[in-house]
Design a protein around this ligand. Sequence first.
Ligand code: NAD
Length: 311
Amino acid sequence: IPNKKIGIVGSGLIGRSWAMLFAAQGYKVHIFDILPQQIEVALADIEGQLQNLEKSGQLRGKLNAAQQFACIKGTVRLEDAVKDALLVQECVPENLALKRKVWKGVDEVAGNNTIFSSSTSTFFPSTFSDHLKNKQNFIVSHPVNPPYYVPLVEIVPAPWTLPAVAKKTREIMEEIGQTAVSFSKEIPGFAVNRIQYAILNETWHLVNDGVLNVADIDKVMSDGLGMRYAFLGILETTHLNAEGFTKYCDSYANTMYSVSKEFKPTPKYEGPTVSAIAKQLEANVPLDKLKAKRDWRDKCLVKLSQLKKEM
Ligand code: NAD
């Protein structure tokens, strides 16, 4: 019988999403949180989300909402959540000392056949697994928010992670319908944030130098580059934009090089440009309307993920 037990440690935004993704495939999910009332809130929220997804026809998997919710249990005992689990997905706040402590606790009770998977957005796996007796089972599985609609998971090993653990983690992520990418080693920012920061750096300079205003620079992504990047990666985009990648490089290498050479040093994201950009953004989306705009974004992502499935 395959081991279907999943332990979720930390029941905030990301912990809830993981719980739903695993339950959609019938995994037996055990959610632990340091705050007992947070578990209650999380379970109620998950139940509501699953019902809404069912009503709108967005529910993943073959089970109905009630069956999926029945796969998820809350517990105030860490051991109950993690002992002999197939995989433990840690989703506690982004604080290195806290993550070290939480993993030490998991390590003491989990067992050596359990994959130790962290949702960290920023920390190298090696910085909070070196002290574990089962560190060979440790890996980062970094999701993108909201994971229910944006399937990418960055799988990043520590130097001591067993290749079999990286492989099995990828298989599990793919089984629950996520899109896994496997890193050969840890690197700051993984890939999502490295690429995001490269775009953000150039965007900052274009606004700071008065070349484009905030509303217009954002259209460069939302109504330009972003439209094709929702379907094709950057490399395949270039491949299609010429008669193949080799021709693309033949044709554009000099231009790419001479434009890129002009790139300015990395901005520090401080000074009057911060408030100038904030002011223009807030004129369009005031701070008290962020929630409404996020809800709209999630609706858009639902439609986009449907379209991607159809294509
Ligand atoms: P969150 O603040 O919503 O939830 C954190 C939860 O952890 C809370 O329920 C809290 O009570 C619980 N917690 C705190 N200490 C604990 C402990 N010792 N043991 C068990 N539970 C504990 O945070 P989040 O946004 O869900 O982020 C969790 C992780 O996911 C972070 O590492 C973050 O970097 C990563 N992540 C977040 C996003 C995002 O967009 N929010 C995206 C990708 C990855």
